[in-house]
Design a protein around this ligand. Structure first.
Ligand code: KG4
Ligand code: ZN
Length: 334
């Protein structure tokens, strides 16, 4: 078939998203409904609340994705859905809807790994060049992933404790910034100074793993100690000092791995890829190499279904099909 339309669904966390993707690379429609407002007053995502919102929203978002594309279900060739990792109740909503659509329209069903989706977001902009290294930094993940061909992922480094985005969100909470804290810490950092000398945690010399809990604790302790002494620290300086420490380690390890594996392309994916300092520092780090750095635009960095359609297309081409017994898998391996 020369034109393949995939209807993709993503409900792994707090965005209800449906997209229609043509041939794995062209966005026909891409609708994302964020639940941020509902979770804000709790200071983070409440799983039960997320699931209920998905149930309420998902059919409207599906209708909107179809109407924006000016298409009907009859024109779809397959259904792709995030099967994991994520919040189990949230994932189940998308998986159930995908199964119902696949069953009623007799379409192939494809289960997609959320992180494969984040990486494949970039395929919507330009083709991959292998070998390829991907830095995945989100609220739940911090990983360096090597790819030598489509759909095959080798995790060469990962966080041993907190994810980078999680550290951002916790630092935000410590300095009294509302959820989701990442973008606001990023903004505050722009006018702050790196005065607090937080640790840069590199772990063993030859390791591509990350650790952010020590940095997070250093921030919390510094803020706590200052408060006890009656000192006032500027939020901007705390944000900047934390960000410099986190970004320095991310960039150093990414560059080291890219050189060691002699990759042609480096992709940054996940919500923290929206961070202005990380984008700037990576751009500088790779400017004088012959490796091609690719960072998707902000809207494709955070959770969306277009990326699930792009990753689903590869599985579709490979003939990977899920059965109607497909289940949500919150701890799914890449
Ligand atoms: O990929 P994503 O939308 O959801 C997950 O799969 O986790 O990533 C969300 C994470 C949150 O921790 C959020 O605070 C962080 O990405 N984030 C940022 C920025 N924008 C989003 N962190 C730092 N700077 C940003 N500009
Ligand atoms: Zn994500």
């Amino acid at each position: 078939k020369d034109q393949v339309y995939i209807l993709a669904i993503e409900t792994s966390c707090d965005e209800t998203a449906v997209a229609i993707i043509k041939d794995g690379k062209e966005i026909i429609s891409n609708v994302v409904a964020s639940q941020i407002e509902s979770h804000k007053r709790f200071g983070g995502v409440v799983p039960e609340v997320a699931s209920r919102h998905h149930v309420e929203q998902v059919t409207y978002i599906l209708e909107e994705a179809l109407s924006k594309a000016d298409m009907t279900m009859k024109e779809m060739d397959a259904i792709a859905v995030t099967e994991g990792p994520g919040l189990v109740g949230a994932l189940l909503v998308g998986v159930s809807v995908a199964k119902a659509l696949a069953f009623s329209h007799q379409l192939p069903l494809i289960g997609v790994h959320h992180i494969a989706g984040h990486i494949y977001a970039n395929q919507l902009l330009e083709p991959f060049e292998f070998p390829l290294l991907s830095l995945v930094v989100s609220g739940g993940h911090t990983e360096l992933i090597l790819m030598k061909e489509h759909g095959v992922f080798e995790v060469i480094g990962e966080t041993r404790d907190d994810a980078c985005g999680e550290a951002y969100d916790k630092v935000a909470r410590t300095i009294g910034v509302p959820y989701p804290g990442g973008p606001l810490v990023d903004k505050l950092a722009q006018t702050g100074e790196d005065t607090l000398n937080f640790p840069r945690i590199y772990l063993e010399e030859d390791s591509y793993d990350f650790s952010f809990s020590g940095l997070k604790s250093a921030v919390i302790n510094t803020v706590h100690n200052a408060k006890q002494k009656g000192e006032v620290l500027k939020k901007e300086d705390i944000a900047r000092s934390f960000q410099e420490s986190a970004v320095e380690v991310l960039v150093h390890k990414t560059k080291k791995a890219a050189q060691a594996f002699q990759v042609k392309q480096v992709i940054v994916a996940g919500g923290v890829a929206a961070n202005s300092r990380l984008r700037e520092a990576l751009t500088e780090a790779f400017s004088e190499t012959d490796m091609h750095l690719a960072i998707p635009p902000l809207a494709l960095c955070t959770d969306n279904a277009a990326m699930i359609g792009a990753a689903g297309y590869i599985a579709y081409q490979k003939g990977n099909r899920a059965g109607l017994d497909l289940n949500a898998n919150p701890g799914l391996d890449l």
